[in-house]
Design a protein around this ligand. Sequence first.
Ligand code: GLN
Length: 491
Amino acid sequence: MTDLTSLTIAEARAGLASKSFTATELTDAHLAAMEAARLLNAYILETPDRAREMAKAADARIAKGEGGPLAGIPLGIKDLFATRDIRTTACSKILGDFKPPYESTITSQLWRDGAVLLGKLNNDEFAMGSSNETSCFGPVVNPWRREGSNTHLVPGGSSGGSASAVAASLCMGATATDTGGSIRQPAAFTATVGIKPTYGRCSRWGIVAFASSLDQAGPIARTVRDSAILMRSMAGHDPKDTTSVDIAVPDYEASIGKSVKGMRIGIPKEYRLDGMPAEIEKLWKDGADWLKAAGAELVEVSLPHTKYALPAYYIVAPAEASSNLARYDGVRYGLREGGRNIIDMYESTRAAGFGAEVRRRVMIGTYVLSAGYYDAYYLRAQKVRTLIKKDFEDCFAKGVNAILTPATPSAAFGVGEKGGADPVEMYLNDIFTVTVNMAGLPGIAVPSGMDAQGLPLGLQLIGRPFDEETLFSLGEVIEQAAGRFTPSKWW
Ligand code: GLN
């Protein structure tokens, strides 16, 4: 029998329906793979008992012909999603052993549709990072290595556990979140597919908040089709999230294989950075050629405020984070340190519970929101955000259906290699992705090629609001042309 962990979700769905194997066998194969891959540190909590129970229930439902769209599909869940009675920490010490008495809307929709929980996945602390090195559980290792090298590389972040687990076949798909690039950048670093849906498409209820006006959840999977399958279960209106939008969820899978003939694809000239590696240039050109060969029309477009996106993001995101993280006070959740009085207790709890990057963000955020600086920083960043959004609107108004860009400015780098002396070096990873969050648009990262060292690179497609379908159609064209990339097992 073929290794069950190497199947795509679509293939597993067919195999389960034709009774070639059971959900229990599929889950057991993944639990064994997880055990053999602990070195990657992708999972911070394995839930084998829960997984087997859920697989058994899925088998019973499949036998009765009542299996849902994800019946028996084993998934990993980013530790930012609240899972009822199962430890949820956002990979921060401050949450301690917090076991939520509730389930996030997204995960409850996945279980409703029959999916199986394998465990909780590592991420940057409170999703702040681009390399999964800020987690209190330690860094995640990328299953990809440079040719002829044993150096451990980062899987990207903040959804590094999700990307690494999907790439190493330790789950069939995973949930992830993206505030500035945390779905798309790790997907690009691991040759997986990641889509950040339009802001409001998926409910944020029950997801640990980082920057609420930017946060959006989405799937990471091994193929474009699989990400479309997962999106259908994850998306939907939720009265518990007031920013969730009440529009019907399309059958995303139906967009796979749809013709892209006549579509206008924008190539934004501001994304051509000085000193951009030739490999990234080539990748971008290849992507454009593939779309052209499929009948799309390529047009140069301008997004003039692009260069302000990253600086504005690093005002807006920390500002919102400093306010969201005020709730971790030693009273309501997890960790509590002693103190002479209540203020002292707050201070010692927050000092002990938050890691260095989180403390930096809280300080920046508090500063830009403070009375004397609010207008100079926060308000200005909000205005810049409006201009960034308008750039995209102008572009779409000219009949552009989607925009093609590189997903990241480089391939994966080594653990400990970046950001040590200067945090901005790490922040620059998101140069191509943050604009999309600032504008609330959907964006997909699709594996598209390899660099000279044998590491995967990805392209990004940015869509019109609530037009994820076009991204799936175009993404699949790229996937068909580029092929799929799988790391060879060394762990
Ligand atoms: N790397 C960005 C940051 O650190 C984005 C993270 C994210 O999308 N969650 O803020």
